[in-house]
Design a protein around this ligand. Structure first.
Ligand SMILES: [Zn+2]
Length: 97
């Protein structure tokens, strides 16, 4: 699924090229971060019983969720003016001033 490289910039008032602050591969790899707990479901009894290694590692994982969310949900930027390009939903209406 290709990402759109053009979007409507509210500040410029026209369609512009967009860019992201983080590389595309990093954003795609970090989406897999959220599926790690699903892969570990069969091991939960073992992980929950290991107070020395597994529980501190799970806490470290939870600390990483915030930065991973910041990178994967980072909005596109206008190449020309640097404004954030909002992701418009199906009911969003463009306003012109
Ligand atoms: Zn712009």
């Amino acid at each position: 699924m290709a990402e759109p490289t053009r979007a409507y910039c509210l500040r410029c008032g026209r369609d512009v090229e967009t860019e992201h602050r983080y590389p595309r591969t990093l954003r795609r790899v970090l989406k897999g971060y959220f599926f790690i707990p699903l892969a570990l479901v069969p091991f939960y009894p073992l992980l929950a019983s290991d107070y020395v290694l597994a529980i501190p590692m799970m806490m470290l994982y939870m600390l990483g969720i915030g930065p991973a969310l910041v990178i994967t949900k980072d909005p596109a930027l206008c190449v020309e003016c640097g404004a954030l390009i909002p992701v418009l939903g199906p009911n969003a209406q463009a306003t012109s001033h």
